[in-house]
Design a protein around this ligand. Structure first.
Ligand code: GRG
Length: 291
């Protein structure tokens, strides 16, 4: 993971190198803070793993495609931490972007990253030798996952759910959008760029959807069992009076559900027909991680 994260880091540096000359230095500093502040880089790693598993042969250039997903992820975290949302102080063990650079720069940094991510995906596809239609399909996949039917829609449901006790279907629906959509799209984007057939792409989406929910359950378990200092972020969903998988099922059942979702993900991977030990390992990593 550390080696892979390093490759993602270099791709993100390249992406910011293109973007920074176009923005003011205050916003550039806020973007740098939000994008290059560590993180597991799980989504780009999944994207590149799917690309390679589907026969893509230019893995080193595929990190630039993975970087497009991470730009969206970074924007979502910068905005999620804002005073009008979670009002967070700490992210990845450091002050949040608005705490360090001010709210106006943080808002602008996040907004700039959205079209930058779409362009990053298109440029990466060109560099990978994809046909124009493939590039468009990849950019559409990313924007749909980031949009109202995906991450933004999920965040909206999340905000509406504050202070209410959500049932299992509501909680699943929220997290399938908020966390799962972008995670699943990371894989589909890699598969599209490698020219994978529809049934392979959809099996990988199934893997991503299951891994996405397992990831969120693991997040809730970590929130309930690990200090904010160790996790490097605050506030937790419980602090925010939000429903969590732990509040719904209790710790033990939540763990069992996360493990069951990993099995669903691995079954879907088998269905895809691709031989992908990296994706198998990543499914386990998602529930075994420490932060
Ligand atoms: C205005 C409604 C509205 C939405 C704006 C802010 C926003 C868009 C979306 C927020 C989406 C969000 C916060 C999703 C959470 C995803 C998640 C589980 C984040 C943590 O991911 P990790 O653990 O983080 O991969 P690292 O730090 O490792 O990158």
């Amino acid at each position: 993971m550390a080696e892979e994260a390093g490759r993602v880091e270099r791709a993100l540096e390249r992406a910011l190198g293109h973007l920074e000359p176009r923005v003011g230095s205050d916003v550039a500093a806020a973007i740098r803070h939000g994008v290059l502040s560590g993180g597991k880089r799980l989504r780009p790693i999944l994207c590149v793993a799917a690309y390679s598993a589907c026969g893509g042969t230019r893995a080193s250039a595929a990190y630039d495609l993975g970087a497009a997903v991470e730009l969206i992820h970074a924007y979502s975290l910068i905005h999620d931490d804002l005073p009008c949302m979670d009002d967070a102080e700490l992210r990845r063990g450091r002050p949040t972007t608005h705490r360090e650079h001010g709210e106006a720069a943080a808002i602008r940094a996040g907004v700039i990253l959205i079209p930058a991510a779409a362009l990053q995906a298109l440029h990466a596809c060109e560099a990978l030798g994809c046909a124009p239609a493939q590039g468009i399909a990849v950019a559409r996949e990313l924007m749909e996952a980031a949009g109202a039917g995906g991450m933004v829609g999920g965040q909206w449901l999340d905000l509406l759910g504050e202070g209410r006790e959500l049932g299992a279907d509501e909680l699943d629906g929220l997290h399938r959008r908020k966390t799962g959509a972008l995670l699943a799209s990371s894989l589909v984007m890699g598969a599209l760029a490698a020219g994978a057939e529809t049934h392979v792409r959809e099996a990988l989406r199934g893997y991503g959807r299951a891994v996405g929910l397992a990831f969120q359950i693991a997040d809730d378990i970590l929130d309930a069992t690990t200090s904010a200092e160790t996790l490097g972020k605050n506030p937790s969903d419980t602090d925010m009076n939000k429903s969590t998988y732990v509040s719904l099922y209790g710790l033990e059942e939540a763990r069992g559900r996360a493990d069951a979702l990993v099995r669903v993900a691995l079954d879907s991977l088998s269905l895809s027909g691709v031989d992908a030990p990296a994706l198998q390992a990543l499914a386990h990593f998602v529930v075994d991680r420490r932060n």
